[in-house]
Design a protein around this ligand. Sequence first.
Ligand code: PLP
Length: 405
Amino acid sequence: MRIVYLDNNATTRTAPEVVEAMLPFFSDAYGNPSSMHSFGGRVARHVREARERVAALINAEPCEILFTSCGTESDNAAIMGTLQSYPDKKHFIMTRVEHPAVLNVGHYLRARGYRVTELGVDGEGRLDLEELRDALDEDTALVSIMAANNETGVLFPLDAIAALVKERGIPFHSDAVQAVGKIPLDMKRTPVDMLSLSGHKLHAPKGIGALYIRKGTRFTPFVIGGHQESGKRGGTENVPYIVALGKAAERAMNHMEEENGRVKALRDRLERELLTRIPNAIRNGAEKERLPNTTSISFEYVEGESILLMMDAVGICASSGSACTSGSLEPSHVLRAMGVPFTAAHGSIRFSLSIYNSDADVDHVIEHLPPVIQRIRDISPFWKDYQAGKPLSAMLAGEQGQHHH
Ligand code: PLP
Protein backbone atom coordinates (compact mmCIF):
# COMPACT_ATOMS: atom_id res chain seq x y z
CA MET A 1 0.00 0.00 0.00
CA ARG A 2 1.09 3.52 -0.74
CA ILE A 3 2.23 5.27 2.48
CA VAL A 4 1.71 9.00 2.58
CA TYR A 5 3.75 10.32 5.49
CA LEU A 6 2.41 13.65 6.72
CA ASP A 7 3.65 13.49 10.31
CA ASN A 8 6.99 15.23 9.99
CA ASN A 9 6.51 17.35 13.12
CA ALA A 10 6.48 14.05 15.05
CA THR A 11 9.62 12.82 13.36
CA THR A 12 11.28 12.85 9.96
CA ARG A 13 12.91 10.28 7.73
CA THR A 14 16.66 10.19 8.28
CA ALA A 15 18.03 11.47 4.97
CA PRO A 16 20.01 8.79 3.08
CA GLU A 17 23.05 11.08 2.81
CA VAL A 18 22.88 11.60 6.59
CA VAL A 19 22.90 7.84 7.20
CA GLU A 20 25.83 7.49 4.84
CA ALA A 21 27.78 10.25 6.63
CA MET A 22 27.42 8.62 10.05
CA LEU A 23 28.25 5.00 9.11
CA PRO A 24 32.09 5.17 9.24
CA PHE A 25 31.87 6.26 12.87
CA PHE A 26 30.25 2.96 13.81
CA SER A 27 33.07 0.96 12.22
CA ASP A 28 36.59 2.11 11.34
CA ALA A 29 36.47 5.54 12.96
CA TYR A 30 35.39 4.45 16.43
CA GLY A 31 37.93 6.53 18.38
CA ASN A 32 37.09 8.73 21.35
CA PRO A 33 37.37 12.37 20.26
CA SER A 34 38.85 13.28 23.66
CA SER A 35 41.77 10.83 23.30
CA MET A 36 45.34 12.13 23.04
CA HIS A 37 46.27 9.76 20.19
CA SER A 38 45.78 10.65 16.59
CA PHE A 39 43.29 7.79 16.06
CA GLY A 40 40.87 9.65 18.35
CA GLY A 41 42.04 13.01 17.11
CA ARG A 42 40.87 12.20 13.60
CA VAL A 43 37.38 11.71 14.98
CA ALA A 44 37.54 15.01 16.89
CA ARG A 45 38.01 16.78 13.57
CA HIS A 46 34.63 15.48 12.39
CA VAL A 47 32.92 16.55 15.61
CA ARG A 48 34.43 20.01 15.10
CA GLU A 49 33.15 20.12 11.54
CA ALA A 50 29.65 19.07 12.65
CA ARG A 51 29.65 21.83 15.27
CA GLU A 52 30.56 24.35 12.57
CA ARG A 53 27.71 23.12 10.36
CA VAL A 54 25.10 23.32 13.12
CA ALA A 55 26.37 26.80 14.03
CA ALA A 56 26.14 27.91 10.41
CA LEU A 57 22.49 26.83 10.15
CA ILE A 58 21.50 29.38 12.81
CA ASN A 59 24.33 31.85 12.16
CA ALA A 60 26.06 31.24 15.50
CA GLU A 61 29.68 30.59 16.52
CA PRO A 62 30.75 26.92 16.78
CA CYS A 63 31.76 27.46 20.42
CA GLU A 64 28.14 28.40 21.17
CA ILE A 65 26.82 24.94 20.18
CA LEU A 66 26.42 22.27 22.85
CA PHE A 67 25.51 18.78 21.66
CA THR A 68 22.82 17.02 23.73
CA SER A 69 20.84 13.79 23.50
CA CYS A 70 17.59 15.37 22.23
CA GLY A 71 15.40 18.45 22.18
CA THR A 72 13.96 17.56 25.56
CA GLU A 73 17.41 17.51 27.13
CA SER A 74 18.26 20.84 25.49
CA ASP A 75 15.12 22.40 27.00
CA ASN A 76 15.76 20.89 30.44
CA ALA A 77 19.42 21.90 30.39
CA ALA A 78 18.61 25.47 29.38
CA ILE A 79 15.96 25.94 32.08
CA MET A 80 17.58 24.05 34.95
CA GLY A 81 21.05 25.33 34.06
CA THR A 82 19.90 28.94 34.11
CA LEU A 83 17.91 28.63 37.34
CA GLN A 84 20.99 27.10 38.99
CA SER A 85 22.98 30.11 37.84
CA TYR A 86 20.50 32.56 39.41
CA PRO A 87 19.66 30.86 42.72
CA ASP A 88 18.11 34.00 44.23
CA LYS A 89 15.51 34.46 41.50
CA LYS A 90 12.36 32.38 41.80
CA HIS A 91 10.13 33.38 38.91
CA PHE A 92 9.89 31.50 35.60
CA ILE A 93 7.84 32.56 32.57
CA MET A 94 6.65 30.27 29.75
CA THR A 95 3.52 29.97 27.59
CA ARG A 96 0.54 27.67 27.91
CA VAL A 97 1.26 26.16 24.51
CA GLU A 98 4.84 24.94 25.08
CA HIS A 99 5.80 21.36 24.28
CA PRO A 100 5.79 19.12 27.39
CA ALA A 101 9.62 19.33 27.35
CA VAL A 102 9.19 22.89 28.67
CA LEU A 103 5.64 22.84 30.04
CA ASN A 104 6.24 19.96 32.43
CA VAL A 105 9.52 21.47 33.61
CA GLY A 106 7.49 24.57 34.48
CA HIS A 107 4.99 22.46 36.39
CA TYR A 108 7.84 20.66 38.16
CA LEU A 109 9.31 24.02 39.21
CA ARG A 110 5.95 25.27 40.46
CA ALA A 111 5.62 22.18 42.66
CA ARG A 112 9.04 23.06 44.12
CA GLY A 113 8.15 26.59 45.12
CA TYR A 114 8.86 28.62 41.99
CA ARG A 115 6.37 31.21 40.84
CA VAL A 116 5.53 30.18 37.28
CA THR A 117 3.69 32.42 34.81
CA GLU A 118 2.00 30.73 31.85
CA LEU A 119 1.25 33.24 29.12
CA GLY A 120 -1.96 32.73 27.18
CA VAL A 121 -2.63 32.93 23.45
CA ASP A 122 -5.52 34.26 21.38
CA GLY A 123 -7.84 32.26 19.12
CA GLU A 124 -5.21 32.22 16.37
CA GLY A 125 -2.51 30.99 18.75
CA ARG A 126 -0.78 34.36 19.04
CA LEU A 127 0.95 35.76 22.10
CA ASP A 128 0.08 39.10 23.68
CA LEU A 129 3.39 40.94 24.05
CA GLU A 130 1.86 43.33 26.59
CA GLU A 131 1.02 40.37 28.82
CA LEU A 132 4.66 39.29 28.55
CA ARG A 133 5.91 42.79 29.34
CA ASP A 134 3.68 42.97 32.41
CA ALA A 135 4.84 39.57 33.65
CA LEU A 136 8.55 40.47 33.73
CA ASP A 137 9.81 41.54 37.14
CA GLU A 138 12.89 41.77 39.36
CA ASP A 139 12.52 38.16 40.45
CA THR A 140 12.30 36.69 36.92
CA ALA A 141 15.14 34.21 36.42
CA LEU A 142 14.26 33.07 32.91
CA VAL A 143 11.72 33.39 30.10
CA SER A 144 11.22 30.36 27.84
CA ILE A 145 9.03 30.81 24.76
CA MET A 146 8.93 28.49 21.78
CA ALA A 147 9.76 29.69 18.27
CA ALA A 148 7.15 27.58 16.46
CA ASN A 149 4.30 25.54 17.83
CA ASN A 150 4.51 21.83 17.08
CA GLU A 151 0.74 21.34 16.75
CA THR A 152 -0.37 24.38 14.76
CA GLY A 153 2.93 25.59 13.30
CA VAL A 154 2.15 29.11 14.57
CA LEU A 155 5.31 31.22 14.83
CA PHE A 156 5.93 33.53 17.74
CA PRO A 157 7.72 36.83 16.89
CA LEU A 158 11.09 35.81 18.31
CA ASP A 159 12.88 39.08 17.51
CA ALA A 160 10.28 41.20 19.31
CA ILE A 161 10.02 38.82 22.27
CA ALA A 162 13.78 38.56 22.70
CA ALA A 163 14.17 42.34 22.50
CA LEU A 164 11.48 42.83 25.14
CA VAL A 165 13.00 40.33 27.55
CA LYS A 166 16.60 41.46 27.02
CA GLU A 167 15.59 45.10 27.57
CA ARG A 168 15.05 44.04 31.18
CA GLY A 169 18.34 42.11 31.27
CA ILE A 170 16.52 38.80 31.79
CA PRO A 171 17.83 35.54 30.27
CA PHE A 172 15.74 34.25 27.35
CA HIS A 173 15.49 30.68 26.05
CA SER A 174 13.55 29.51 23.02
CA ASP A 175 12.50 25.98 22.13
CA ALA A 176 13.08 26.15 18.39
CA VAL A 177 12.85 22.39 17.81
CA GLN A 178 10.13 22.84 15.16
CA ALA A 179 11.62 25.96 13.60
CA VAL A 180 15.26 25.02 13.00
CA GLY A 181 15.75 23.80 9.45
CA LYS A 182 12.32 24.99 8.31
CA ILE A 183 12.70 28.75 8.57
CA PRO A 184 15.83 30.92 8.64
CA LEU A 185 17.11 31.72 12.15
CA ASP A 186 19.94 34.14 12.81
CA MET A 187 21.55 34.30 16.23
CA LYS A 188 23.53 37.39 15.21
CA ARG A 189 20.25 39.25 14.73
CA THR A 190 17.90 37.75 17.32
CA PRO A 191 19.07 38.40 20.88
CA VAL A 192 18.07 35.03 22.34
CA ASP A 193 20.49 33.64 24.93
CA MET A 194 19.71 29.95 24.45
CA LEU A 195 17.93 28.01 21.72
CA SER A 196 17.03 24.31 21.55
CA LEU A 197 17.01 22.13 18.47
CA SER A 198 16.52 18.43 17.76
CA GLY A 199 18.01 16.24 15.04
CA HIS A 200 15.05 14.03 14.25
CA LYS A 201 12.90 16.99 13.20
CA LEU A 202 15.36 17.86 10.42
CA HIS A 203 16.20 14.48 8.89
CA ALA A 204 18.91 13.40 11.38
CA PRO A 205 18.27 10.38 13.65
CA LYS A 206 16.32 10.43 16.91
CA GLY A 207 18.43 10.91 20.04
CA ILE A 208 20.63 13.85 19.09
CA GLY A 209 19.99 17.50 19.79
CA ALA A 210 21.82 20.73 20.44
CA LEU A 211 21.54 23.76 22.64
CA TYR A 212 22.80 27.11 21.42
CA ILE A 213 24.26 29.09 24.33
CA ARG A 214 25.27 32.64 23.50
CA LYS A 215 28.83 33.54 24.48
CA GLY A 216 28.86 35.11 27.94
CA THR A 217 25.58 33.51 29.07
CA ARG A 218 25.67 32.14 32.62
CA PHE A 219 25.12 28.38 32.44
CA THR A 220 25.46 25.61 35.01
CA PRO A 221 25.84 22.07 33.57
CA PHE A 222 22.69 19.96 33.72
CA VAL A 223 24.47 16.67 32.95
CA ILE A 224 27.40 16.66 35.37
CA GLY A 225 30.43 14.58 34.44
CA GLY A 226 33.65 14.87 32.47
CA HIS A 227 35.13 17.81 30.64
CA GLN A 228 33.38 17.13 27.31
CA GLU A 229 31.55 19.96 25.53
CA SER A 230 33.83 22.56 27.17
CA GLY A 231 32.76 21.29 30.58
CA LYS A 232 29.12 22.13 29.90
CA ARG A 233 27.88 18.54 29.47
CA GLY A 234 29.53 15.35 30.67
CA GLY A 235 29.40 12.13 28.65
CA THR A 236 31.52 10.76 25.82
CA GLU A 237 30.40 12.40 22.61
CA ASN A 238 27.89 10.47 20.48
CA VAL A 239 30.12 10.86 17.44
CA PRO A 240 28.02 9.14 14.73
CA TYR A 241 24.92 11.12 15.69
CA ILE A 242 26.82 14.39 16.04
CA VAL A 243 28.21 13.87 12.54
CA ALA A 244 24.67 13.09 11.38
CA LEU A 245 23.31 16.30 12.89
CA GLY A 246 26.09 18.24 11.17
CA LYS A 247 25.21 16.68 7.82
CA ALA A 248 21.49 17.30 8.40
CA ALA A 249 22.20 20.95 9.25
CA GLU A 250 24.17 21.39 6.04
CA ARG A 251 21.38 19.72 4.11
CA ALA A 252 18.72 21.88 5.76
CA MET A 253 20.54 25.03 4.64
CA ASN A 254 20.48 23.76 1.08
CA HIS A 255 16.79 22.84 1.27
CA MET A 256 15.43 25.90 3.07
CA GLU A 257 14.25 27.47 -0.18
CA GLU A 258 12.45 24.31 -1.26
CA GLU A 259 10.85 24.03 2.18
CA ASN A 260 9.47 27.56 1.90
CA GLY A 261 8.57 27.21 -1.77
CA ARG A 262 7.52 23.79 -3.03
CA VAL A 263 6.64 22.27 0.38
CA LYS A 264 4.69 25.35 1.41
CA ALA A 265 2.76 25.24 -1.87
CA LEU A 266 1.89 21.56 -1.23
CA ARG A 267 0.72 22.41 2.29
CA ASP A 268 -1.35 25.32 1.01
CA ARG A 269 -3.03 23.18 -1.65
CA LEU A 270 -3.77 20.40 0.83
CA GLU A 271 -5.26 22.89 3.28
CA ARG A 272 -7.28 24.77 0.68
CA GLU A 273 -8.75 21.62 -0.86
CA LEU A 274 -9.67 20.05 2.47
CA LEU A 275 -11.28 23.25 3.74
CA THR A 276 -13.38 23.62 0.59
CA ARG A 277 -14.26 19.96 -0.01
CA ILE A 278 -15.22 19.09 3.57
CA PRO A 279 -18.06 20.93 5.31
CA ASN A 280 -17.47 22.22 8.85
CA ALA A 281 -13.68 22.10 8.51
CA ILE A 282 -11.70 24.88 10.19
CA ARG A 283 -7.99 25.73 10.22
CA ASN A 284 -6.47 26.09 13.69
CA GLY A 285 -3.94 28.89 14.08
CA ALA A 286 -2.83 31.97 12.20
CA GLU A 287 -2.69 31.60 8.44
CA LYS A 288 0.37 33.72 7.71
CA GLU A 289 2.72 33.56 10.70
CA ARG A 290 3.19 29.83 10.40
CA LEU A 291 5.73 27.12 9.58
CA PRO A 292 5.63 26.36 5.85
CA ASN A 293 5.02 22.62 6.37
CA THR A 294 2.22 22.48 8.97
CA THR A 295 -1.55 22.68 8.94
CA SER A 296 -3.91 21.82 11.77
CA ILE A 297 -7.49 21.31 10.67
CA SER A 298 -10.53 20.61 12.81
CA PHE A 299 -13.34 18.52 11.39
CA GLU A 300 -16.26 19.41 13.58
CA TYR A 301 -18.34 16.74 15.32
CA VAL A 302 -15.93 13.86 14.70
CA GLU A 303 -13.28 12.25 16.91
CA GLY A 304 -9.69 12.75 15.77
CA GLU A 305 -8.83 9.17 16.73
CA SER A 306 -11.49 7.78 14.41
CA ILE A 307 -10.12 9.90 11.58
CA LEU A 308 -6.57 8.73 12.26
CA LEU A 309 -7.60 5.06 12.26
CA MET A 310 -9.52 5.36 9.02
CA MET A 311 -6.76 7.39 7.39
CA ASP A 312 -4.30 4.73 8.50
CA ALA A 313 -6.34 2.17 6.58
CA VAL A 314 -5.71 4.15 3.39
CA GLY A 315 -2.01 4.70 4.14
CA ILE A 316 -2.13 8.27 5.45
CA CYS A 317 0.02 9.06 8.52
CA ALA A 318 -0.87 12.18 10.51
CA SER A 319 -1.49 13.18 14.15
CA SER A 320 -4.53 14.20 16.12
CA GLY A 321 -4.75 17.16 18.44
CA SER A 322 -6.08 15.19 21.32
CA ALA A 323 -4.03 12.96 23.54
CA CYS A 324 -5.81 9.73 24.30
CA THR A 325 -2.81 8.21 26.05
CA SER A 326 -4.39 8.63 29.45
CA GLY A 327 -7.56 6.92 28.30
CA SER A 328 -9.51 10.16 28.25
CA LEU A 329 -10.01 12.10 25.06
CA GLU A 330 -8.92 15.48 26.39
CA PRO A 331 -8.25 17.88 23.54
CA SER A 332 -4.66 19.09 23.36
CA HIS A 333 -3.51 21.82 25.76
CA VAL A 334 -2.61 23.94 22.73
CA LEU A 335 -6.11 23.95 21.24
CA ARG A 336 -7.64 24.45 24.68
CA ALA A 337 -5.36 27.47 25.28
CA MET A 338 -6.59 28.86 21.94
CA GLY A 339 -10.17 28.45 23.06
CA VAL A 340 -11.08 26.06 20.24
CA PRO A 341 -14.57 24.68 21.10
CA PHE A 342 -14.57 21.00 22.02
CA THR A 343 -16.74 20.10 19.02
CA ALA A 344 -13.80 21.21 16.84
CA ALA A 345 -10.84 20.42 19.11
CA HIS A 346 -11.77 16.74 19.34
CA GLY A 347 -11.68 16.38 15.60
CA SER A 348 -8.42 18.16 14.93
CA ILE A 349 -5.76 16.62 12.71
CA ARG A 350 -2.24 17.88 12.16
CA PHE A 351 -0.67 17.35 8.75
CA SER A 352 3.05 18.11 8.61
CA LEU A 353 4.97 17.80 5.36
CA SER A 354 8.61 17.56 4.32
CA ILE A 355 10.65 17.77 1.14
CA TYR A 356 10.00 14.05 0.66
CA ASN A 357 6.32 14.77 -0.08
CA SER A 358 4.96 15.14 -3.58
CA ASP A 359 1.87 16.36 -5.41
CA ALA A 360 0.72 12.74 -5.60
CA ASP A 361 0.73 12.57 -1.77
CA VAL A 362 -1.53 15.59 -1.55
CA ASP A 363 -3.81 14.14 -4.25
CA HIS A 364 -4.08 10.92 -2.25
CA VAL A 365 -5.30 12.77 0.86
CA ILE A 366 -7.67 15.01 -1.09
CA GLU A 367 -9.20 11.91 -2.68
CA HIS A 368 -9.47 9.75 0.46
CA LEU A 369 -10.14 12.07 3.38
CA PRO A 370 -13.49 13.65 2.43
CA PRO A 371 -15.30 10.26 2.21
CA VAL A 372 -13.62 9.18 5.47
CA ILE A 373 -15.01 12.22 7.31
CA GLN A 374 -18.41 11.68 5.72
CA ARG A 375 -18.50 8.03 6.79
CA ILE A 376 -17.66 8.91 10.40
CA ARG A 377 -20.23 11.68 10.46
CA ASP A 378 -22.87 9.34 9.11
CA ILE A 379 -22.64 7.35 12.34
CA SER A 380 -21.95 10.28 14.71
CA PRO A 381 -24.74 11.27 17.12
CA PHE A 382 -23.19 14.74 17.48
CA TRP A 383 -23.30 15.30 13.74
CA LYS A 384 -26.93 14.16 13.64
CA ASP A 385 -27.80 16.53 16.51
CA TYR A 386 -25.97 19.35 14.78
CA GLN A 387 -27.77 18.71 11.50
CA ALA A 388 -31.09 18.52 13.32
CA GLY A 389 -30.35 21.96 14.76
CA LYS A 390 -30.15 20.72 18.34
CA PRO A 391 -28.63 23.45 20.52
CA LEU A 392 -24.93 23.14 21.32
CA SER A 393 -25.61 23.46 25.06
CA ALA A 394 -27.46 20.15 25.05
CA MET A 395 -24.54 18.41 23.35
CA LEU A 396 -22.07 20.13 25.68
CA ALA A 397 -23.88 18.88 28.74
CA GLY A 398 -23.59 15.30 27.52
CA GLU A 399 -19.94 15.68 26.56
CA GLN A 400 -18.87 17.30 29.83
CA GLY A 401 -20.54 14.57 31.78
CA GLN A 402 -18.34 12.09 29.96
CA HIS A 403 -14.97 13.78 29.93
CA HIS A 404 -14.59 16.21 32.80
CA HIS A 405 -13.78 14.85 36.22
N1 PLP B 1 10.03 20.78 21.60
C1 PLP B 1 9.17 20.74 20.56
C2 PLP B 1 8.47 21.99 20.12
C3 PLP B 1 8.92 19.52 19.92
O1 PLP B 1 8.05 19.47 18.90
C4 PLP B 1 9.60 18.36 20.36
C5 PLP B 1 9.34 17.05 19.73
O2 PLP B 1 8.21 16.61 19.57
C6 PLP B 1 10.49 18.47 21.43
C7 PLP B 1 10.68 19.70 22.03
C8 PLP B 1 11.23 17.28 21.97
O3 PLP B 1 12.31 16.90 21.14
P1 PLP B 1 12.94 15.46 21.31
O4 PLP B 1 11.96 14.48 20.78
O5 PLP B 1 14.22 15.49 20.52
O6 PLP B 1 13.23 15.26 22.76
